[in-house]
Design a protein around this ligand. Structure first.
Ligand code: E4P
Length: 226
């Protein structure tokens, strides 16, 4: 399973890359607008930092022809390892088909149903991105929708992978880890919270306290602990 960072905050991305086994970054227009800078300068900095890892960048156009032109510009500026995120409208799917013919990788995004995912995969998307928490907010089961999509794609001969997105709780993430979903993208806060547990902190504190009772003269090696 691949883990990507859902953020356009270069400082957060740099920090998370030091510690977490991640293999790329997903962005969207909301995340880029939070940076309050030229979006392409932000994206170029992310690309320079992550090297050839996956970068997912969303198209803002609505008509298929415009999406295709924008996708060509995005990949010209940010390189071939860039996946153009395209929301699953009829025009979006038309653009996915055309971009497949042109050899440009796409991620069909804002997926809420199995039908949307399957059509996008057949059209040639490299990834489909179901929005787990947003699906839940509509009263449906977000993790089950993502798993159904994965099952359907694995049963088909399509190469398309699932990139599950929009997580707000750890249990949503862990449900998908259990089933070995292809990929997930997590906000910096969600990613950090995967390691955060009071039991772990308490255990470390207990061990430190116990170790300090050892007399230094009984140690052949002294480890300086910070
Ligand atoms: C996916 O790539 C999107 O950027 C993102 O996960 C959407 O999440 P949100 O529901 O928090 O906006």
């Amino acid at each position: 399973m691949k883990i990507l960072i859902d953020s356009a905050d270069i400082k957060a991305i740099e920090k998370l890359y030091e510690c977490f086994p991640v293999c790329g970054v997903t962005t969207n227009p909301s995340l880029l607008s939070k940076e309050n800078k030229d979006p392409y300068e932000v994206l170029k900095r992310i690309r320079a930092f992550i090297g050839e890892d996956e970068l997912h960048v969303e198209s803002l156009c609505k008509r298929a022809e415009d999406i295709v032109d924008e996708a060509l510009a995005i990949t010209r500026i940010l390189g071939d390892d860039t996946y153009v995120k395209i929301p699953v409208t009829a025009e979006g799917v038309k653009a996915i088909k055309r971009l497949r013919e042109l050899g440009i990788k796409t991620t069909a995004t804002a997926i809420f149903t199995l039908g949307q995912a399957y059509i996008s995969a057949l059209a040639g998307a490299s990834y489909v991105a179901p929005y787990v928490n947003r699906i839940e907010m509509q009263g449906e089961d977000g993790t089950q929708t993502a798993l159904n999509i994965q099952e359907a794609l694995r049963a088909s001969e399509l190469e398309c992978k699932v990139l599950a997105a929009s997580f707000k709780r750890i249990d949503q993430v862990e449900m998908l880890i259990i089933k070995n979903i292809d990929a997930i993208t997590l906000s910096p806060a969600m990613l950090s919270s995967l390691l955060d547990n009071d039991g772990t902190k308490a255990a470390i504190k207990d061990f430190d306290k116990a170790f300090k009772t050892l007399k230094r003269e009984n140690m052949s090696i002294t480890l300086d602990r910070h």
